[in-house]
Design a protein around this ligand. Structure first.
Ligand SMILES: [Zn+2]
Length: 383
């Protein structure tokens, strides 16, 4: 049912090798063609302006990733092409398939890796089972899943069957925290993992990412983390009573996301102008206290605040909030190509690469107020 292939499979560009290596993939039929059909694929992998991390051992806790300098919120910390992309879940018709068969298939993919990549893969946690390593170190490849979200594909397979895990060499060394300071995004256009800061990180601070959904309460998160074989000792898990209470309070603000609440406020002059702004700012501050900036709800609250400032016709706050929204979305949609352009221009890239990057689309500029198509109808509707 699956095919084992190498991506990118196209002849190497410019210098004779793929500068960021290639990925061994275990894919459903048709997936590879969709990935390769992206315009300009593969786009050059974006890299941070200056090295920002190191891998080091921690007493009694294996390896971890640490910041070697101050890292700003939303900065790209590290990017790499994964060693392996493989199915996230046992598909229904494969449920009876023994673990050994998954191991065998993973072994076939690993065999195609370079010697160095094979050694790096085998050294990751979760062995000796190769499938165990892929599961234990794989990041949910949402960026690739989004690319596959087309009717002809989903008529054949369920989204669950299409879910993929991307296992990296260095990014998979980042440990979990329920109060993480970074997020991992799998970018389909570069076919690379991107590690992005979700808040400011101090030099020497450990860089952590979420291995599970962060919104559930402590007991549920603990259960989700069991397969990884460690007990989380982050501040939220050390004091679950406080963090669970905060999560319950955050949940009680979800009513703000409902469309009818927003429409009612826009139409009702008896409601104060800051009727939605105040609670939105409160819940966002509370989420930051729990380091929940990478959650979907944080992004949705920020987007709602953008709508509120548009309805108020408040150019200044709208502009600030749109900038904030773009930054927050980076961990969900990847670092924009302007970052990649800037990075390559600043690196020791060859002229052909720079010329190529300069043809890439630029970050869309932010139109303010009535010029912004998505807010044209709503602009100043409260004003
Ligand atoms: Zn925790």
């Amino acid at each position: 049912m699956y095919e084992i292939c190498t991506i990118p499979d196209t002849p190497p560009d410019f210098s004779g090798v793929h500068p960021d290596g290639v990925t061994q993939c275990i894919l459903l039929p048709g997936m590879k063609e969709i990935i390769l059909s992206q315009s300009g694929f593969p786009n050059p992998v974006a890299h941070p302006l200056a090295p920002a991390h190191r891998i080091a051992s921690m007493p009694g806790a294996g390896l971890g990733m640490f910041a070697t300098r101050q890292i700003k919120s939303h900065e790209l910390i590290h990017s790499e092409r994964p060693l392996l992309v493989s199915p996230a879940k046992y598909t229904p018709q494969d449920r009876d398939r023994a673990q050994e068969e998954w191991d065998k298939m993973t072994a076939r993919a690993v065999m195609h890796m370079t010697q160095a990549d094979q050694e790096d893969f085998s050294a990751l946690n979760g062995g000796p089972s190769l499938r165990g390593i892929a599961e234990n170190n794989g990041f949910d490849a949402q960026g690739i899943l989004a690319l596959l979200s087309r009717p002809e594909f989903f008529l054949r397979y369920t989204p669950e069957q299409c879910s993929l895990l991307a296992t990296g060499k260095l990014i998979s060394r980042a440990n979990h925290s329920c109060q993480p300071n970074a997020a991992v995004y799998v970018d389909a256009s570069t076919f690379a993992l991107q590690l992005i800061a979700t808040r400011d990180i101090a030099a020497d601070e450990q860089i952590t990412v979420p291995y599970c959904d962060l919104m559930p309460l402590h007991a549920e998160r603990k259960k989700k983390l069991e397969p990884y074989g460690f007990t989380c000792t982050c501040p939220s898990c050390t004091d679950p009573a406080l963090s669970d209470e905060r999560r319950r309070v955050i949940g009680s603000y979800e009513y703000l996301l409902a469309d009818d609440i927003f429409k009612k406020w826009v139409k009702d002059p008896a409601l104060p102008d800051d009727h939605l702004e105040v609670p939105l700012l409160v819940v966002l501050a509370l989420m930051r206290e729990e380091s929940l900036q990478d959650t979907l709800n944080y992004m949705r609250f920020v987007e709602k605040l953008v709508d509120v400032y548009a309805a108020l016709g408040n150019q200044k706050k709208f502009k600030e909030c749109v900038g904030w929204n773009i930054a927050v979305r980076m961990s969900k949609v990847g670092i924009m190509h302007t970052e990649a352009q800037q990075t390559l221009v600043n690196r020791d890239a060859n002229p052909a690469q720079i010329a190529y990057m300069q043809t890439r689309p630029k970050l869309p500029t932010c139109n303010i107020g009535t010029n912004n198509p998505s807010h044209a109808g709503n602009w100043g509707s409260r004003a």
